[in-house]
Design a protein around this ligand. Structure first.
Ligand code: GLU
Length: 726
């Protein structure tokens, strides 16, 4: 991996030069958390922590290292485990692609899937993988543009536009590369990442759902765990090595590096590290942010998703085909719902808002104690508080609008408008998804969205989202409600209104929609389509609200950057940017924990434990073949002597989040010993604050992956490809 280093901190040092400070960024106090960006790895004393290889074998900006074996698998993480493009990731990351490849008659999701040879591998439709190639600090360019914004409401837009310009240029200069600008510290540091993409990815081996999802929602976000959450994929490229869509002529991708599997696994207390693409954390946000989440965001989404899960399950209960179609949606709602309930509990149990508030009060005292600091930072916290007063006043509106805009019909109308706008432009000026090279896959995705569109479910969903919102105090004056719904009884009117609207819309199936795409905007307007009009009215009403939000975000962008500056002056600990779906490193130890009084959980579960749970039935079903192998004690080389068992899952205290799903867990020698897939329930809170006591992540042990793949899956050839001697 190559990169142009401009350390994130160089900007900070520049901007703080007005103070005589002595900052020690590294090596002062050991970090208590850490999703380290690549640029920070060299600053950690990994030898002391337990790493037994050279740090540059792990990450080498001037050569090949373990980092080059990492791949972003459609928002999750995966790693290359052979020089033939074989990728190991989670079953839940591949779930939707396995679902798409399944029918009721040939249900790979339920039964599992093994490609007997390469020719039988099935395309993972729609999956695009990304490999981080290089990165470059573009903070100066972005912040200069931002400082020239004439109006504070324009700041966010200017940052976005400048980022897009840099992306476009980078993609033009590096054909085949996908570029992204990621904000690391809010309002402070911006990094341009360049990714190689892989568009032909195929399913190789997935265990049956009952194993890939063993324990279902009962065990999701829970330790002790026994889920076989793994799947093998394979990436292909054109014969000349370039990125290509699926073709029979494609050849397996040769990664720069692949991970060596260690079939002997780990023991309690062993040093481990993970690489991956954690999604979002909010640790640098002020107390008010967490307050908004606790009060509005988490309960709103958790309650809505709970309601939707029940309705979708009901809809599929007598219709297996529909149930299969809806399975990914239900799974992702359930995953978020349980995570959010865990977060609410954690925020309350730890009095997180109050704790943050008192930290802020201490910080204010520190600022006020020095006239120079007071002049520069005295208003930062009060200004943030004022902005959040407004945000709390706006309440659930943005959540409502966000959910509305995610519904299928809303998105289809949106896409129709965008399509017409973009296609009217010259080809090279069109937004990425409408560019000639991406258009066909964009339209494929739209077509795919029709396959899961169910009119009745959409009516229910829209009625629920709007029906709830008309009752929110903070949304009493929302104009479109007055316009579209009867004033006397808006709640009762919602469902009738939605039914009527969906009943009359011209957007019914993909064929009708395709012909609508070919219409001119004038022709569309003449249709007087109630759904299209409704979406237009909602968008119009959202504009001024969006503008107000842009003003707040523009101000917060500056204030949060200043907040970080002043926090740095006070604390000498390492500051790590919040997770933002960019490549990160984290380390820790195989370690148990005590989630509650008088309770201690040890960190390795076993096949015997898996069998024990199967007596509960329900979410704990196992294949007959597994039971037989267990009864015969057919553990092969994967038996752990100490346990006299096959280890199934491991628990460790490194710092992970959503997006770390599928992250390789490596031992002190950089060998693969497991695949990360979850966190303990108490650890769902670590998106806001990490804690040594309860932040624990969960991975599937490599010994179980290999044992199951060989003994139950019958995929000996994969173990051979992984160089595992039997
Ligand atoms: N199991 C988690 C999820 O599905 C991913 C890993 C995590 O968030 O710790 O979102």
């Amino acid at each position: 991996m190559k990169f142009q280093l401009t350390n994130y901190y160089s900007y900070i040092l520049k901007s703080l030069s007005i103070f005589i400070i002595s900052l020690v960024f590294y090596g002062s106090t050991p970090p208590d958390e850490g999703m380290y960006p690549l640029s920070e790895i060299a600053g950690i004393d990994l030898k002391k922590a337990g790493l037994k290889i050279e740090v540059n074998e792990l990450y080498n900006p001037n050569g090949v290292s373990l980092i080059d074996a990492l791949v972003n698998t459609g928002g999750c993480t995966g790693s290359f485990v052979s020089d033939e493009g074989l990728i190991l990731t989670n079953h839940h990351c591949a779930f939707d692609y396995i679902r798409k490849a399944s029918t009721i008659e040939n249900n790979h999701l339920e039964n599992g899937f093994l490609a007997e040879d390469r020719s039988k591998e099935i395309p993972a439709e729609g999956l695009v993988c990304k490999i981080t190639e290089s990165y470059e600090d573009v903070s100066d360019i972005i912040l200069k543009a931002a400082s020239e914004a004439t109006d504070i409401s324009e700041r966010t837009k200017v940052i976005r536009d400048k980022s897009r310009e840099l992306i476009k240029q980078a993609e033009k200069d590096n054909p085949g590369i996908k570029a992204e600008v990621s904000e690391m510290f809010i309002g402070k540091t911006y990094i341009l990442f360049k990714y190689r993409t892989l568009k032909d990815v195929r399913l190789v081996y997935a265990p049956p759902r009952m194993i890939g999802e063993y324990g279902g929602e009962t065990d999701n976000w829970v330790w002790p765990r026994h889920t076989g959450d793994f799947t093998f994929l394979r990436a292909y490229v054109a014969p000349d090595g370039s990125t290509a869509e699926y073709s029979e002529n494609n050849v397996p991708f040769k990664p720069k590096k692949f991970l060596k599997v260690n079939p002997n696994g780990v023991e309690e207390n062993d040093f481990i590290f993970l690489l991956g693409y954690p999604g979002r954390t909010f640790r640098h946000q002020p107390s008010y942010y967490t307050e908004f989440h606790e009060k509005y965001q988490l309960p709103y989404i958790a309650d809505l998703y709970r309601w939707l899960i029940d309705k979708l399950n009901e809809a599929g209960s007598n219709n297996p085909e529909l149930a299969l179609k809806l399975s990914s949606r239900i799974k992702s709602y359930a995953n978020v719902e349980k995570n959010y309930r865990g977060k609410i509990l954690g925020i309350r149990r730890l009095s997180l808002v109050e704790k943050r508030r008192s930290e802020e009060a201490e910080l204010q005292k520190f600022i006020d104690s020095d006239p120079e600091l007071k002049k520069e930072f005295g208003n930062v916290l009060p200004d943030i508080e004022n902005i959040y007063k407004e945000i709390l006043g706006v309440g659930r509106y943005p959540l409502f609008y966000g959910q509305l805009a995610r519904t299928s019909y809303f998105r289809l109308v949106d896409f129709l408008n965008e399509y017409q706008k973009e296609m009217a432009k010259p080809e090279d000026e069109r937004a990425g998804m409408f560019s000639p090279s991406n258009l066909s896959s964009t339209l494929e995705n739209v077509k795919e969205s029709f396959s899961t569109l169910d009119k009745n479910i959409e009516i229910l969903t829209l009625s629920k989202i709007i029906g709830d919102a008309v009752k929110f105090d903070e949304m009493k004056d929302f104009e479109p409600f007055n316009k579209f719904l009867s004033e006397k009884n808006p709640t009762a009117a919602v469902e009738d209104f939605i039914k009527n609207m969906i009943g009359k819309t011209a957007i019914t199936g993909y064929e009708d929609y395709q012909s609508l795409l070919e219409n001119t905007p004038e022709e569309i307007e003449k249709l007087n389509d109630p759904l299209i009009q409704f979406v237009a009215a909602m968008k119009e009403a959202d504009k001024p609200k969006q503008k107000e939000a842009d003003v707040r975000n523009g101000k917060l962008n500056i204030l949060l950057a200043k907040l970080l500056d002043v926090k740095r002056l006070r604390q000498t600990k390492t500051f790590i940017p919040d997770a933002n779906s960019t490549l990160r490193f984290t380390f820790g130890y195989i370690k148990g924990y005590s989630p509650a009084d008088a309770t201690y959980y040890s960190p390795i579960t076993t096949l015997s434990g898996l069998i024990e749970k199967s007596y509960l039935g329900g979410d704990f079903q196992i294949p007959m073949k597994l039971k037989e192998a267990y009864e015969k004690k057919d553990y092969g080389r994967f038996r752990n002597k100490k346990l006299d068992d096959v280890p199934v899952a491991i628990l460790y205290n490194s710092d992970t989040s959503g997006g770390n799903s599928g992250s390789p867990i490596l031992n002190a020698y950089g060998e693969l010993i497991g695949v990360n897939y979850d966190r303990a329930y108490e650890a769902t809170i670590n998106d806001y604050a990490w804690s040594e006591d309860y932040s624990r992540s969960i991975g599937v042990d490599i010994r179980f992956i290999l044992w199951f793949t060989q003994k139950i899956g019958g995929a000996d050839y994969l173990l051979k490809e992984l160089n595992v001697e039997l």
